[in-house]
Design a protein around this ligand. Sequence first.
Ligand code: NCD
Ligand code: ZN
Ligand code: ZN
Length: 355
Amino acid sequence: MTRHTLPGLVDVHVHLRVPGGEHKETVASGTAAALAGGVTALLAMPNTAPPITDGAALADARRRHAGALCDVGIFLGATDANAAAAAEAAGGACGLKIYVDETYGPLRIETLPALAAHFAAWPRGKPIVLHAEQVAVATAIGLGATYGQHVHIAHVSRAEEIALIADAKAAGLAVTCEVAPHHLFLTADDLPALGSFGLMRPPLARPADRDALWAHLDAVDCIATDHAPHTREEKLGDRPPPGVPGLETTLPLMLTAVHDGRLTLDRLVALTSTTPARLFGVPTPDESRVEVEIGPAWVLPERGYHTRADWSPFAGMTVRGRVRTTTLRGAEVFRDGEVRTAEPRGRVLFGGAAG
Ligand code: NCD
Ligand code: ZN
Ligand code: ZN
């Protein structure tokens, strides 16, 4: 067994469901799950109810996230009509999120004029993150090159997508991307066993896609959880919403990959902490770290997580890594399964302009 001290993770893709989805996740439960997973800063997605699409909604969301247990940045969401309003409020956000393909929530842009308006108006220097699949990845890269924007492709899942992104990087374009653990550790072959608990967007892909993500890991900038909590009841209902929780299982899974020699610990730190922090301008808090252990085998449980969703698509998997402690700003905020919530140490980030 080996113990290692890592910088706190920076997770650039988390759904906290605030406002409007607090039965799925609250700021308290979601940021507790973050600390349990070794995450000291997360970036929260704007597909809330109502969605976060202008300065007033962002200011309201920022207030609701005060008291977070880890640092939180908040995205603005793009609509057909808010290019100017989003650009104006950009100072208080970590970036702009554009949903080009269908997923959970009402945010979606389908027309070229609306996409182009956002790429033209958004201030340069903060990433434009896209839920873009298949040919939409090419659309995103082309718009980024045209308007001089940093484009970040969320949850890349297919072989042809990571290959295109690798080629775009080789051509010198300002394109970065993230991969989610469910696309690295699960495939459509797991769907019969998982049922609706294996449904998410982008969907679980072919084993060849999973293998391509591992083979192209050099083209991947971040591992992000896409922590997308929905309740068990919702997942078992008639129209199960897409999305799976991931904050508490990502480090155990990725440390297992380190244990198995699939990547180095240094590369894991780059993928989960230093590179996401640099790309999104997330400050590194003093005296913050995660102690992990690699070696002993244990099985990810069915329940007992800090996330309000309290289930995992990875339940039953044997892993070889564990988070022992998480320290934020000098205080040990998580140890051996327990989160200390008494004195919140988190900050709402990007307070500069709209905060
Ligand atoms: C996400 C959600 O539930 O908000 N669902 C998902 O399947 N990934 C939305 C998203 O990230 O696309
Ligand atoms: Zn998405
Ligand atoms: Zn998401």
